[in-house]
Design a protein around this ligand. Structure first.
Ligand code: ADP
Ligand code: MG
Length: 225
């Protein structure tokens, strides 16, 4: 009975996702088709720009969805999650600087090895950080904390950005929900699924106009050093 419920729930999520994907891909396709038709009579460079933009959008959607379908547990290896996070921070620091954003990070340990798909975890960290950066058009500080206590590993991303209203917070994690002009609305859902597939949990706190904190927790029974 219980299992039945879980299965049908999964099916309906897959169904929703499929409908969403079909919709999100059909829209740019319709636009592209229209502009190709127009180009038969006049070849304006703007048309090519629009087509290129729509193709890029579809590429973004497909790239994020591929992450969702990647094989999971089989690829797990013992990796240092602290250095994975540090690499992501280094990667995004210069991008943040260009937008007057400072990233401050503190790590309670240097080595915490967990069984994981390192690339997937990095992708999730990148998504949370990108969302934080995109939420701070006027600049500010992003704080990242990695702490380890009572066999729980916590990683938090705190921004001083625009925050989210309550209804947006409710919808966060649903596919294709975005407030950005060129957003896919898939980053958070994919990241959440990566964290959950690693046995982690996710908490989001947000206050409109004040900022957002994304907190990840992993149960972990190993040693930190
Ligand atoms: P995208 O970034 O492509 O819009 P996401 O799934 O990453 O898609 O995020 C969905 C939506 O959640 C965003 O469009 C934004 O409205 C909101 N959001 C996510 N993270 C934050 C954040 N740190 N601050 C404010 N809003 C956020
Ligand atoms: Mg995003």
């Amino acid at each position: 009975e219980q299992e039945h419920l879980v299965n049908s729930e999964k099916l309906s999520i897959a169904g929703q996702l499929a409908a969403g994907i079909a919709h999100e891909i059909r829209n740019p396709l319709t636009t592209i088709k229209g502009f190709i038709k127009l180009m038969k009579t006049s070849k304006k460079p703007e048309y090519i720009d629009i087509i290129a933009e729509e193709v890029e959008r579809m590429e973004g959607i497909v790239t994020e969805l591929l992450l969702l379908s990647k094989p999971k547990k089989e690829k797990f290896e013992k990796k240092n999650i602290v250095s994975a996070l540090q690499q992501v921070v280094t990667l995004l620091k210069s991008q943040a600087h260009l937008k007057n954003i400072e990233i401050e990070a503190s790590y309670a340990a240097e080595h915490i090895h967990i069984e994981c798909d390192e690339n997937q975890l990095k992708q999730a960290f990148i998504n949370f950080l990108k969302n934080a950066i995109e939420a701070m058009p006027g600049g500010g500080v992003i704080q990242i904390h990695l702490t380890f206590a009572d066999q729980v590993l916590k990683i938090s991303f705190k921004d001083q950005g625009i925050g989210m209203p309550e209804d947006m917070l409710q919808k966060l994690g649903e596919p294709f929900v975005t407030t950005k002009e060129s957003g896919t609305g898939l980053g958070f859902m994919v990241s959440k699924s990566i964290i959950v597939s690693h046995g982690g949990t996710l908490h989001v706190k947000s206050a409109l106009g004040q900022g957002t904190t994304v907190e990840i927790e992993f149960p972990f029974a190993g040693e930190a050093s």
